[in-house]
Structures are given as C-alpha cells and as structure tokens.
Design a protein around this ligand. Structure first.
Ligand code: SAM
Ligand code: DTB
Ligand code: SF4
Length: 335
C-alpha cells in the first residue's frame, strides 16, 4: 500500500470514527466525502454497503398517486401544484378498490413495498378515514405500506400507525439555506416537526430529497448532513433527481453532472449505513449506465413500475432486464 493510500485510510477511518462516536455528520465532513476522488468514494461506499446489506439485492417499491393534482403548495419542482400550468388536472381521491387492485398488480410484478402519495399540503382528518382503509387493505396483501400525504399532526400519525402503516415518507428536499428558493408555503421546521410526529407515533421514517435543482455541492452536503443527523436517521432515504417538468419554475433547470448524482448516493450510503437508499425520481433520464453506477455506490432500492406519481419511470420490463444483466435480485418479502 502506498503512503498516500495509508494516509487516505487513516483519514477515512478518523472521519468514520468521529461520526460514529457523536452520531453526527457536520456539513464539512459530508462535504469532504463529496470531494474524494470518485474511485475512492465508490470504494468507501461499497465497503459500508457490503457490511450491512447483500450488495446484489435491491428493494422494489411501487408508487401510486391516490389523489392527484390541485395542490395548494408552491414547491418549485412539482407538476401537481395547482398554481403551475403543467397539464396535470386535479382529481378526486381514488376509490379503495382501485388502490387494492394496483397494489395487487405491484405485488404480482415483484414489489414488496407499496407507497401511496397524495397531492395535499396536509390531510384533513376525514381524508384519513379512506387512507386508513387503503393501508389496511394493502397490508392485508402482504406488502409493506408507505404513505406520503404532506404535513401530519401527531394524532394523524398515530391513526396511520394503528391502521398498520409501516413507513411515512416526508422529504427535507434540500439544504436549509437553499430551501427558501424552492418552497415558500411551508418552512423547513414544519418538515422537521412532521418527521418528529411520525417518529413519535412509532412509524418508520422515509425521508430524502432532490438533487439537480440548482443547489451547490455544499448544499447537497447540507441536505445529507441534515438527513444523517436525524436521530435516528431515516430507515429509508429516497434520493430523487429533479424531473424538470414543463410549466414548473424549474422546467429549464440546467442538468446536473450525472456523476454528482452518483456521488450523492454514495455519500448517503456512507453516512446512513443501514438505510435503504432509494434511487428515486429521474431514473429514466439518468439512463442505464448511471443507474448502474448508483447501484455500485450503494443504492439498494428503486421505485418500480411504469409511473412515479404523474411522470414516467422506466418500464418494468426494462428494469427487470437491467437488473438481470447486473445479477441483482429483487428483495423478497422475508429478507
Ligand atoms: N404532497 C406531499 C408532500 O409534498 O409531502 C407528498 C407527495 S410529494 C410529490 C413527495 C416528494 O416527491 C416531494 O417531497 C419531492 O421530493 C418529490 N418530487 C416531487 N416532484 C418531483 C420532481 N419533479 N422531481 C423529483 N422529485 C420530485
Ligand atoms: C419521493 O421521494 N419521490 C417520490 C415519492 N417520494 C413520493 C415522488 C417522485 C415524484 C416525481 C414526479 C412526479 O411524478 O410527480
Ligand atoms: Fe403539493 Fe407535495 Fe407537490 Fe409540494 S410536492 S406541490 S406539497 S404535491
């Protein structure tokens, strides 16, 4: 081993030991990971990944939009915000039977987790009656359940837990200092409060963000630092690549260097070793080569199904073919 490699090992161990002792990841330490030579970063991420997971297994999670469009919020990336002219029309909540049929289809295709999303700022208590029925029915199929319904009060989180919900998704989206450039109708603390209510209710947390919105590398490090410092850190971390949708304020956002997306996955893996790091929105745009690098970087979950909420996702057959070529198996419901 060269003296340069030994120095790198020592520095890397020191960073890991400090983080483990304090369970905190200062932005500077996360930013230092981003700065590593690409191959060194991949090597670190793979070591962490293999220490905690089967590196050739990926979780397949299917998304369904149970209430599409007409959202009052102003999230600058979102095709479902009523104020942007994106061609998405507001729809009523989907009937429970249709949700169950979609969940059964997802299960038949090999998914083990089913995530129901609604374009709400926050659910009304009466909306939750229907969501509770959906959660119970989807869980009865033997799928893990996840919901993303906007901000939650503690009693609402408790209701969902009682109905059998396993995970609640609520993203921090970006670093605190960039957040105000993207969303003004709710603040960062609102998001942290919801995450607190979700934890308090005993639900597992699914929380991540979006990259490629024009943030700096330092701000990407800021997002990962926020996520990794949640105590405990989320069980599930969706890393979305911006899907630039016509009509949204971010429609013309310049594309991010794809390797920077791969780096973000690797840094999430290193700082949140036991989390399911999900390669989320934007896979279609990233293409197979970059997705493969993301698997190497420690991604071990994907959204699986032809559609995300309203935008496209790779076809199931394409995903199966790529995973086969890579020798990656879908996680079974027992593992
Ligand atoms: N309305 C709820 C909320 O905002 O919490 C739940 C659904 S919302 C669509 C869930 C997440 O999807 C957002 O927090 C964001 O991270 C992600 N998302 C939405 N539009 C996206 C886009 N165009 N590209 C990438 N990610 C997106
Ligand atoms: C998450 O982090 N990404 C998903 C899910 N959680 C709800 C949503 C992605 C949405 C992409 C754009 C769309 O289709 O609406
Ligand atoms: Fe509404 Fe969620 Fe879209 Fe924001 S991300 S506009 S809260 S649906």
């Amino acid at each position: 081993m060269s003296s340069q490699t030994i120095a790198f090992h020592t520095a890397a161990k020191k960073v890991a030991a400090t983080a483990a002792a304090n369970e905190i990841w200062p932005v500077a330490e996360v930013a230092a990971l981003f700065e590593l030579p690409f191959n060194d970063l991949m090597w670190r991420a793979q070591q962490v990944h293999r220490a905690h997971f089967d590196a050739n297994e990926v979780e397949l999670a299917t998304l369904l939009s149970i209430k599409t469009g007409g959202c009052p919020e102003d999230c600058g990336y979102c095709p479902q915000a009523a104020r942007y002219d994106t061609g998405v029309t507001a729809q009523k909540m989907m009937p429970v039977e249709e949700v169950v049929a979609a969940a059964q289809g997802a299960k038949d295709s090999g998914a083990t987790r089913f995530c129901m999303g609604a374009a709400w700022r926050s659910p009304k208590d009466r909306d939750l009656d229907a969501v509770e029925d959906m959660v119970k029915a989807v869980k009865a199929l033997g799928l893990e359940t996840c919901a993303t319904l906007g901000m939650l009060k503690e009693e609402q989180a408790e209701r969902l837990k009682t109905a059998g919900l396993d995970y609640y998704n609520h993203n921090l989206d970006t670093a605190p200092e960039f957040y105000g450039d993207i969303i003004t109708t709710r603040d960062y603390q609102d998001r942290l409060d919801t995450l607190g209510h979700v934890r308090q209710a005993g639900l597992k947390v699914c929380c991540g963000g979006i990259v490629g919105m024009g943030e700096s590398r330092q701000q990407r490090a800021g997002l990962i630092s926020q996520l990794a410092n949640l105590n405990p850190y989320p069980e599930s971390v969706p890393i979305n690549h911006l899907v630039a949708v016509e009509g949204t304020p971010l429609a013309d956002q310049e594309a991010l260097d794809p390797l920077e997306f791969v780096r973000t996955i690797a840094v999430a893996r290193i700082t949140m070793p036991k989390a399911r790091v999900r390669l989320s929105a934007g896979r279609r745009q990233l293409g197979e080569g970059v997705q493969t690098l993301c698997y190497l970087a420690g991604a071990n979950s994907i959204f699986y199904g032809d559609k995300l909420l309203v935008t496209g996702n790779p076809e199931v057959e394409e995903d199966r073919a790529l995973l086969n070529r890579l020798g990656i198996r879908g996680k079974s419901s027992q593992s």
